[in-house]
Design a binder for this molecule. Structure first.
Ligand code: E4P
Length: 219
């Protein structure tokens, strides 16, 4: 399973990258706004900085445009910034058409804002590299989010689609584990949820005992 970090915060991206377990980054307009990145030029510079922090990783940059022609223009500008950029388009009619066009040209794409199996089917048919079901937002409305991830994984296996299932909108460490259990290819998560995977009281108490025993003999 690949780990992406779901932030535009450079310090958090650097920290996750230094842990050695980071395969990429996902951003969206809300995450860019949270970092106060204003204007196209600054946003482009920020994407390049992210790419340079995560060597070889997939970096999703989301288009703002909503009509097909503007989406393609914007996606091409983003893709031209760095070879690691993945164009992130929403699961709308224009977005699916855009993904079909861009994937046909050999570019990586991420179909975002996916909440149903039917949307995931369209994303795969259009040739998306990644499909992003929003686990946390479904959980927020009491919908079975992990069941959706599992159904997408099974459907893609059944038909042999190469689109990778990128579990997005992860809210907890448990979400990561549940997505891994059903075979998601990628989870994009906040840093705190990735670090949550480390936590186990028996690891902490076991380490304390080992260190105390070492000290008893070695001083
Ligand atoms: C990632 O691709 C999504 O944009 C992100 O995971 C959405 O997360 P949120 O529901 O916490 O905003």
């Amino acid at each position: 399973m690949k780990f992406f970090i779901d932030t535009a915060n450079l310090d958090q991206i650097r920290e996750a990258s230094e842990m050695g377990v980071l395969d990429g980054v996902t951003t969206n307009p809300s995450l860019m706004a949270k970092e106060g990145i204003k204007g196209t030029e600054n946003q482009h510079k920020h994407y390049i900085e992210i790419c340079n922090l995560v060597k070889g990783g997939d970096i999703s940059a989301e288009v703002i445009a909503t009509d097909y022609d503007s989406m393609i223009k914007e996606a091409q500008e983003l893709l031209a910034l760095h070879p690691q950029i993945v164009a992130k388009l929403p699961c709308t009619e224009a977005g699916i058409k855009g993904i079909k066009y861009l994937s046909g040209k050999g570019f990586k794409t991420n179909c975002t804002l996916v909440f149903s199996l039917g949307q995931a089917l369209l994303a795969a048919k259009a040739g998306a590299t990644f499909v992003s079901p929003f686990v946390g937002r479904l959980d927020d409305i009491c919908s079975d989010e992990i069941e959706l991830v599992e159904k997408i994984v099974q459907m893609y296996l059944f038909y042999g689609y190469k689109t990778q299932v990128l579990a997005a909108s992860i809210r907890s460490t448990q979400h990561i584990v549940q997505c891994a259990e059903v075979g998601a290819d990628v989870a994009t998560c906040p840093l705190v949820t990735i670090k949550g995977l480390l936590k186990h009281p028996l690891t902490d108490s076991g380490l304390q005992t080992f260190l105390a025993d070492y000290k008893k003999v070695n001083g």
